[in-house]
Design a protein around this ligand. Structure first.
Ligand SMILES: [Fe+2]
Ligand SMILES: [Fe+2]
Length: 277
C-alpha cells in the first residue's frame, strides 16, 4: 500500500493560491487502495476551503480520526458533517471533557470541542471510541492512550480540566496514527501531548518495529522543556528518521533547533505539504 498525505489545515500556508492558515491541524491520508481518511479537522475555519483549493475531495472520506479533544483539531468536524453527511469518527472516550488553557497573564481560554457530542451525532457523526491500540484499516493503526513512562515528558503545564486551574489536564486522550509503508512506519501526530519519546516507545512496543521513516505533525515541543527537546533529538537520531515534517505546536524555536540538527530530513508540514510514500 502507498499513501498520499496532504496537510489541509495548519498555522502556516505553503505556496497555494487562496489557501488559508489557522492555529490547528488536519491531514488527509489517501491510500492507493481504499477510501481516504481525515486525521483531525483544524478549527473549522479552513478545512473545506483549503481542501477545495488543493483539489482534495473530502466527500470521499469515510472515517475521521480525532487525535484529541482540543478545538484546533476538532472544530472542522461539524462543518465537514454538514457539508458531506454521515462519517465514522474514531477517537478516545475522554476527548469530550472540558478543558482550558491558563496563560501566565491569568487569562483563561476554553479549548475543548466547540460542538457537543449530541450536536455532532445529530449532524451524522457515528463515534467509535477506544483507549486501545487498534488497526483501523489494513496497515493503518491508532495508538490509543499512550503510557507516560519517561520522566522528562511531563506535558504542557498550562492545560487544565477546570477554569480555576486546580486540575492539570494530562491530555490522556492524545493519540497518533501509524501507517505501514515499504519505507518504514509513518507516524502522524496531532499535538503529541504524550511526548514523542513516549509515543515512539509505545508504537515500538505494540508493533515490534522502530523503523520510523517519517514523523509528521505537531510535536508540542514549543510548550515543553529544553530537556525534552534535547532528548527528543537523541531519539530521532537513534531511530534514523528520514522525513521530519513537523509543524503546528512545535513552534519556531524548536523547529529551528530541529532544522539545525536534521538539515536533510527537516521540512515544515504547513498547508499544502504533501508526502507520497
Ligand atoms: Fe493543537
Ligand atoms: Fe492539543
Amino acid at each position: 500500500m502507498t499513501y498520499r498525505i496532504t496537510i489541509i489545515c495548519e498555522n502556516s500556508v505553503g505556496p497555494i493560491t487562496g489557501a488559508l492558515g489557522e492555529h490547528g491541524f488536519a491531514a488527509l491520508i489517501e491510500p492507493s487502495d481504499g477510501a481516504p481518511l481525515l486525521f483531525d479537522t483544524g478549527q473549522g475555519l479552513t478545512l473545506l476551503h483549503n481542501a477545495r483549493r488543493m483539489n482534495r475531495d473530502l466527500s470521499l472520506v469515510k472515517k475521521v480520526v480525532i487525535s484529541h479533544g482540543h478545538y484546533d483539531h476538532t472544530g472542522g468536524l461539524k462543518p465537514l458533517l454538514v457539508e458531506f453527511g454521515a462519517k465514522q469518527v474514531l477517537g478516545h472516550p475522554g476527548m469530550f471533557r472540558s478543558r482550558y488553557r491558563l496563560k501566565d497573564t491569568g487569562e483563561c481560554y476554553p479549548i475543548s470541542f466547540t460542538s457537543s457530542r449530541d450536536e455532532l451525532e445529530a449532524a451524522g457523526a457515528s463515534f467509535d471510541l477506544s483507549k486501545e491500540f487498534r488497526a483501523i484499516a489494513p496497515g493503518m493503526f491508532l495508538t490509543g492512550e499512550i503510557p507516560r513512562v519517561t520522566g522528562f515528558e511531563i506535558g504542557d503545564q498550562g492545560l487544565y480540566c477546570d477554569s480555576a486551574g486546580k486540575e492539570l489536564d494530562t491530555t490522556d486522550d492524545d493519540q497518533s496514527l501509524v501507517l505501514e509503508t515499504a519505507k518504514g512506519l509513518v507516524l502522524i501526530l496531532g499535538c503529541c501531548h504524550a511526548g514523542l519519546v513516549n509515543t515512539v516507545e509505545h508504537v515500538a512496543y505494540m508493533t515490534g518495529r522502530r523503523d520510523i521513516y517519517a514523523v509528521i505533525g505537531g510535536t508540542h515541543l514549543g510548550f515543553c522543556s529544553r530537556v525534552q527537546l534535547e532528548k527528543t533529538i537523541i531519539l530521532l537520531r537513534t531511530i534514523g528518521v528520514e522525513k521530519l515534517a513537523v509543524s503546528h505546536c512545535t513552534g519556531f524555536a524548536a523547529s529551528a533547533r530541529l532544522m539545525q540538527e536534521f538539515p536533510k530530513e527537516f521540512q515544515t508540514a504547513m498547508v499544502g505539504y504533501t508526502l507520497e510514500v
